[in-house]
Design a protein around this ligand. Structure first.
Ligand code: HPA
Length: 272
């Protein structure tokens, strides 16, 4: 059973050696993922937008995806996201491993614990109200360390830390929105990191991500029109480095979890 899962954003469709497709049923629908190996370990891989990038950010089945990974044995999730740089120092092409996030999405399914659906986490069935904590670390510190260290070993510059802001999309932000997000403390902006990170915490899974800065966020370096073509172009240019980081991180992740993510449900369940 793979204990590590990877959720790939745009452009990362084939990552594993000897992949085989597996379908997993969840209360949120059937999810297709592939299982294979990477860095000498068994890994499950899931392209977030489906094959051929057909699913827009607000329609991604975040709950189904993470639960499917959990069901095949995954405890740790590494993700990738394309982002715009809010901080002008974060130029297109920069790789960044965020250490916190802000969720400015508007209409997604934010929780597993809706008071009705039965969710099984590590042998425990929960059907009530749960409030997980996002402190002391919004992202798993052990996985973050593995990603940053993998970058260092591969000779790839990786910015260690930063605040990821998630917007609803589908449109890119206005320049005024980006000015506001900068005042609020955002460093990069994307459309797919939330509620994914929080849902992982709700399943007591470790989660961290490598954000690829594909463009300056709206209005940051002038008033140029943003296009998905440039997002795709820069993302694919950094893909080899992202692959090396993911592969390196997979082999650096400690066998046993030493972080607090596995205890996320302790003291969080209001009613089972
Ligand atoms: N905004 C939101 N999402 C993005 C961006 C952006 O500028 N670039 C890549 N994904």
């Amino acid at each position: 059973m793979p204990r590590i899962g990877i959720i790939g954003g745009s452009g990362l469709y084939s990552l594993l050696d000897s992949p085989r497709t597996v379908e997993v049923d969840t209360p949120f629908g059937r999810v297709e993922l592939s299982m294979g190996s990477l860095g000498g370990r068994s890994v499950a891989f899931l392209p977030r937008h489906g094959r051929g990038h057909r699913i827009p950010p607000f329609r991604v089945n975040y709950r189904g995806n993470l639960l499917a990974l959990r069901k095949v044995g995954v405890e740790r999730v590494l993700a990738t996201n394309a982002v715009g740089g809010i901080d002008p120092k974060l130029r297109p092409g920069t790789l960044l491993v965020p250490d916190d996030f802000m969720d400015f999405t508007k209409g997604r399914a934010y929780t597993y614990y809706d008071g009705e659906t039965e969710i099984e986490v590590g042998g425990r069935v929960i059907r009530g109200v749960v409030h997980v904590s996002m402190t002391p670390s919004s992202y798993c510190p052990e996985l973050r360390r593995a990603l940053v260290e993998a970058g260092r070993r591969a000779g790839v510059d990786v910015v260690d830390g930063g605040v990821y802001v998630c917007t609803e999309g589908n449109r890119f932000e206005t320049a005024a929105e980006i000015r506001a997000l900068r005042i609020l403390g955002g460093d990069v902006v994307g459309m797919t990191g939330c509620p994914e990170a929080a849902l992982a915490r709700e399943l007591a899974m470790c989660y961290a991500t490598v954000a690829v800065v594909t463009n300056y966020a709206a209005g940051v370096a002038g008033a140029a029109k943003l296009t998905h073509d440039e997002v795709k172009e820069i993302f694919s240019r950094r893909m080899d480095d992202v692959r090396s980081i993911l592969e390196g991180a997979v082999s650096l992740i400690p066998e046993e979890r030493g972080c607090a993510c596995k205890d996320a449900l302790e003291g969080a369940v209001v009613s089972g």
